[in-house]
Design a protein around this ligand. Structure first.
Ligand code: ADP
Ligand code: MG
Length: 702
């Protein structure tokens, strides 16, 4: 009997030779083949008549080759393979460029299927034609139920196997599926969602029954798709629920309480009224802190949305409850900045706040550590090194982690290994779309500040081409003379890093000499030693420099309210989220700020869409969604991000609604098991424990 784990070579029609070819393509088992979905479907029961095709339409036609031949052209090495196909209603031309081997594949008289988008082309007159269409030769006497007379699955090609042979293997494979294929999704959930049985879903996703909507199939929305995509998300979320529980076991957290005295303290500390968005997230945080389970929460909010004050209020609650708190920043500069801000906000209090940074002398640092261990320090501010360097707390109750723009979720397991389960609040200034947050930060609860404090001056963002460079330079000069400072951002992208770094250096030198001889120009880039970088940033912050030529390192930079203009060179080469992060460096004071995007035309349509989006909006969440839409989930982070699961069939953008549903169902199922004491014995949880890490390429323990 066929099991999902049956090795592929034992599947009917495969054998050792083809087995090898399939394994090379990553298909080891029946399951691997079954979860490799067709990327599209063709209705080969109803063909479009050639006499009916129109320009711009995506069509599949079936006809007989009247004539085909290879044409050489005047351009050296450039060939065109031409074909004329007739289906009895009319004839249509098809062309393939630079595929001369097709001359051996086709001959006149054959029946062929062609699939592609119809183009209108003008040579001597207007004609319709297909260019580089997908093709399949149709044998008159082949089994009708596999390749013809039905909705047919189209798979991406496997090197070494013909399209038809692969389809035939799948046909036989699904023919052997029966009810005994085990369900992963618990029955009551399956029922609630109206899912068809899994074995049927696996069959029908490959060979859909007659009358299935071809449109739904091609949008991955058939009932078969629904089951299998939901299953993948459900499994993923069940594992995340399990992982979340490991970070905050049911009975190991701290139950903070809030009384009138604490409310009074919070009020006294606040220099302004919280925005409604800040109030909403504070409430979510306080609920977590009052609950007996440790908080594991992500606080998302654009740069300047006011996350720090919210975190500080949470810190005060911890301290007033007799616990210590730690605030960790990604860089020394940011740690110092947080320290200064908090010191001034808490200047009326008698809390002991300590800064643990490299700038602090060794003996003093030793003393601070000792005081932390003895509980004399209420709040420690520092970099992520606080937990890495083995600082011991007397009674740690809350850890706030400012991740700034870095996506990596800090190693929470280090905290837990110390036998402590403090409340953890992670702040990020990089809004990421909800569907990604649910997977990437899937074991955290999520709070969002989606509103800026009042009184911000919106940043004007414009696009300028090379022609306007002089005008841009004049604008810069004017702004500096009015007391402003300028960021000039230059891209340094991985593959050509060296060359571009050179270009950035030359740019800085040239600007200094030729364009802005009267101003102070400095350069900062990622290859500089951190001490050098800090010195450059310090000088810029202190107003000793007018223009800072920078690679993207200033993404991680500091708050310079007098920096009011940012020029981004080659803006078309930056990702949308990156542009947004960069722009967040300006508009931080009370003077109006400008972001000038420079790009050489012609720019690609995608780049145009990016620049359009960034001009249009300053809402980080809108921009993140747009970015995800344009780049797709695989590319969103730029490079592949550890922490993103390998998905076989689900797509975070396309299947967003199923992901949301799976999240809800998985977490409530998990809670139900936990409540009823059935967690350990549940087959789904066992399955997750045994398969989850390998299946998604993630770790159950961080
Ligand atoms: P984030 O850390 O989210 O980037 P900050 O916490 O640094 O933002 O806040 C940005 C600025 O806005 C700070 O100067 C802060 O004092 C101010 N701010 C925060 N919340 C409010 C508010 N509700 N009303 C007025 N100003 C606020
Ligand atoms: Mg901040």
């Amino acid at each position: 009997m066929l099991e999902l784990s049956t090795p592929i070579q034992y599947v009917k029609g495969v054998g050792p030779f083809r087995g090898k070819i399939l394994k090379k393509a990553g298909i080891q088992t029946a399951e691997d083949a079954l979860y490799r979905f067709p990327y599209r479907y063709e209705d080969r029961e109803h063909f479009k008549k050639i006499s009916d095709v129109k320009a711009g339409e995506e069509v599949t036609i079936l006809g007989t080759i009247l004539d085909c031949h290879l044409q050489t052209t005047r351009r050296k090495g450039f060939t065109i393979f031409q074909m004329l196909v007739d289906d009895g209603t009319a004839a249509l031309k098809a062309l393939w460029f630079n595929q001369p081997y097709l001359n051996e594949v086709f001959r006149a008289g054959q029946r062929v299927l062609l699939h592609g988008t119809v183009k209108l082309s003008y040579q001597k007159s207007f004609t319709l034609q297909l260019e580089n269409p997908e093709y399949e030769i149709s044998d008159e006497n082949e089994t009708p139920s596999i390749h013809m007379g039905r909705i047919v699955p189209i798979y991406s090609r496997i090197t070494g196997l013909s399209v038809k042979l692969y389809r035939k293997i799948l046909y036989h494979l699904v023919g052997e599926l029966t009810e005994h294929i085990p369900e992963i999704i618990p029955q009551q959930i399956s029922k609630r969602l109206g899912l068809i049985p899994k074995w049927r879903a696996l069959k029908e996703v490959h060979f859909p029954p007659a009358k299935t909507s071809i449109d739904e199939l091609n949008r991955f929305r058939s009932l078969a798709h629904k089951h299998l995509i939901f299953e993948e998300f459900f499994l993923l979320q069940a594992g995340l629920a399990l992982r979340k529980r490991r970070y905050s076991p049911k009975d190991k957290g701290i139950t903070f309480s809030i009384n009138n005295h604490i409310r009074e303290v919070l009020k006294k500390t606040l220099p302004f009224h919280l925005t409604p968005a800040q109030r909403k997230v504070l409430k979510e945080i306080v609920e977590d802190m009052k609950s007996p389970q440790a908080m594991n929460r992500l606080l998302q909010g654009d740069v300047g949305s006011g996350k720090t004050i919210v975190a500080l209020l949470a810190i005060l609650i911890a301290i007033e409850n007799g616990y210590q708190a730690a605030l960790m920043a990604p860089t020394e500069i940011l740690a110092e900045q947080h320290y200064a801000t908090i010191r001034s906000l808490l200047s009326h209090s008698s809390y002991r706040i300590a800064l643990l940074s490299r700038g602090v002398k060794k003996e003093e640092r030793e003393q601070i550590r000792k005081d932390i261990k003895e509980g004399k320090v209420n709040l420690v501010v520092g970099t992520h090194a606080i937990i890495q360097e083995g600082v011991y707390f007397y009674k740690l109750g809350l850890v706030v982690i400012d991740e700034q723009h870095r996506f990596g979720v800090m190693q929470r397991s280090r905290l837990i290994r110390k036998g402590e389960f403090p409340n953890v609040l992670i702040m990020t200034a990089t809004p990421i779309p909800r569907s990604l947050a649910l997977t990437f930060y899937g074991d955290l609860d999520i709070s969002v500040i989606d509103q800026l404090p009042p009184g911000r001056k919106p940043i004007t963002t414009v696009y300028k081409s090379e022609k306007s460079r002089k005008e841009v330079y004049n604008f810069i000069k004017k702004k500096i003379s009015q007391g402003g400072q300028i960021y000039l951002v230059y891209p340094v992208v991985e593959p050509s890093e060296k060359l571009e770094l050179k270009a950035a250096r030359e740019m800085a030198a040239r600007l200094k000499k030729e364009v802005f001889p009267d101003f102070k120009v400095a350069l900062i880039h990622g290859r500089m030693k951190s001490g050098e970088k800090e010195e450059v940033m310090r000088a810029f912050t202190a107003g000793e420099t007018d223009i800072l030529v920078a690679t993207t390192v200033i993404e991680e930079g500091v708050d310079v309210p007098t920096a009011t203009v940012m020029v981004i060179e080659h803006a078309d080469r930056f990702g949308l989220s990156q542009l947004h992060q960069l722009r967040g460096r300006i508009g931080r004071g009370d003077t109006k700020s400008y972001c000038i995007l420079m790009a050489d035309s012609p720019i690609t349509p995608e780049a145009r869409q990016r620049l359009q989006a960034i001009k249009q909006s300053s809402d980080g969440f809108y921009i993140a969604e747009k970015d995800l839409e344009l780049r797709g989930p695989g590319e969103f982070f730029g490079t592949r991000q550890t922490g993103m699961p390998d998905l076989r069939v689900g797509n975070l953008v396309r299947d967003h609604h199923l992901l949301e549903r799976a999240r809800k169902e998985a977490f409530s199922y998990f809670n139900y098991l936990e409540r009823t004491g059935r967690l350990a014995a549940d087959p789904l949880i066992r399955f997750v424990q045994n398969n989850w890490e390998k299946r998604f390429g993630l770790k159950l323990v961080g």
